[in-house]
Design a protein around this ligand. Structure first.
Ligand SMILES: Cc1ncc(COP(=O)(O)O)c(C=O)c1O
Length: 413
């Protein structure tokens, strides 16, 4: 660290941003000027003032292979030299075709078919629209807490009232909400309402507080959904591609969803998301006319090229196994914190997705601030704002992982 963050350049840039950008986005971080990222590589981010941080947010879970992985940069550069932009639903390109084949082969979905999307929330829209199209039913069953994005139909599923309430009049009305990890018998009863098209669930709750369901719960959901003719849509936007110590978090329970939402780490920092769905429901998209759901940047060529590089790295470097192994190191360290530190209420997680729940939201914010001043980037949040996330890149070394945990422990106060 060369100065206390945010330093003078970040403050100045932040002031300019505040004057030009809509308020309430990132101009202020809990009342502090934003950090302004200037450069990132691997597990490190450097701000405009020259401070170098260890990134335990992985940039919202995107940098599973690390920031600006050389193979991702090389793939994007090569693609940019050939074809920067495709024609979405009107013309395809080779990288997209190969990526669709690859995702179908990788995803735990029977006879998978891919629908690309631009953001995670867009993928959730695709999954929910698929369910409505394929079943002819209007409803969805979702869990509390959960985060599925903030476009209008994803927002209807997202649990946090502060996000939903200002738009309540515009949100999908047919939403049943149950506590995450509700006993399966109660889920069955909720599904007796035959209007439910899909169960939408995060296999491990991420942003809203890192909550791991009991073993077998996801399998129970899958079975209850099958019995009721309701599709199981699993949102692996945060958990996919090794984050929880398996390629997909559902692999642990041997669950094969009807619809699997992917995003974030998929393209290593380029915007890309997708739904891999079972062939039968996906066939509901077949229309004689124009595509019912598309976008100008659908299956953007450089993003598809980046995704190939990410999948290569995840596979060749065995990053799911690395997350599992490093997760044991995190677990061994964190499990003592509730008894060693009066501020800590609970620790939870799997692989390299962990949450440290503090006793109050104010403590969580203070800890994230202290960590930041010592050179560690962590996000504080969750449904009650009390959880500090530990989400390092899957490529992190044991030594740097320990260093980050040392900095976080020192910040606990
Ligand atoms: C589980 C989950 N689903 C969906 C989303 C929304 O993704 P995006 O921000 O790319 O729209 C997120 C983002 O944090 C997420 O964690």
């Amino acid at each position: 660290m060369v100065c206390e963050p945010p330093g003078p350049r970040s403050r100045d840039a932040s002031r300019r941003l505040a004057a030009a950008e809509a308020p309430g986005i990132n101009t202020l971080y809990r009342g502090l000027p934003a950090l302004v990222w200037d450069e990132a590589a691997g597990v490190n981010v450097r701000d405009l003032d020259g401070n170098v941080y260890l990134d335990f947010s992985s940039g919202f879970g995107v940098a599973a292979v690390g920031h600006r992985h050389p193979r991702v940069v090389e793939a994007v550069t090569a693609q940019a030299g050939r074809l920067l932009h495709g024609l979405g639903d009107v013309a395809a390109h080779p990288s997209r075709i190969a990526l669709a084949e690859r995702l179908v082969a990788l995803a735990p979905v029977d006879e998978g078919r891919v629908h690309f999307a631009v953001s995670g929330a867009d993928a959730v829209e695709v999954a929910l629209k698929t369910a409505v199209l394929a079943t002819g039913r209007p409803g969805i069953l979702v869990f509390d807490p959960s985060y599925h994005g903030v476009t209008l139909s994803a927002l209807a599923a997202t649990s946090r009232p502060a996000f939903r309430e200002p738009f309540a009049a515009h949100l999908h009305a047919h939403v049943t909400r149950l506590p995450f990890a509700t006993p399966i018998e109660k889920v069955r009863r909720a599904l007796e309402d035959e209007a439910v098209a899909a169960i939408l669930v995060e296999p491990v709750v991420g942003r809203e507080g890192v909550i791991v369901p009991p073993p077998g719960w996801l399998a129970g959901l899958a079975e209850a959904g099958r019995e009721a003719g309701t599709l199981l849509a699993v949102d692996e936007i945060f958990t996919g591609f090794g984050r929880t110590g398996a390629t997909f978090a559902v692999d642990v329970d041997g669950v094969r969803p009807d619809l699997l939402c992917l995003g974030k780490a998929l393209a290593g920092g380029m915007p890309l998301a997708a739904v891999v769905g079972r062939r039968a429901p996906m066939e509901a998209w077949a229309t004689p006319g124009e595509a019912l759901h598309t976008g100008t940047f659908l299956a953007h060529p450089p993003s598809c090229a980046a995704a190939h590089a990410v999948l290569d790295v995840v596979e060749e470097e065995g990053l799911a196994a690395a997350a599992r192994r490093l997760g044991e190191q995190v677990s061994a360290r964190l499990s003592a914190w509730p008894s060693d530190h009066a501020t800590v209420r609970e620790v939870r997680g799997r692989g390299l997705l962990w949450g440290v729940e503090l006793k109050t939201a104010a403590t969580a914010v203070a800890i994230a601030g202290r960590a930041r001043r010592s050179g560690l980037l962590v996000l504080a949040g969750g449904a009650q704002g009390r959880v500090v996330q530990v989400v390092p890149p899957l490529t992190i070394s044991e030594g740097l992982l320990d260093l980050g945990l040392d900095l976080l422990e020192a910040a606990l106060g």
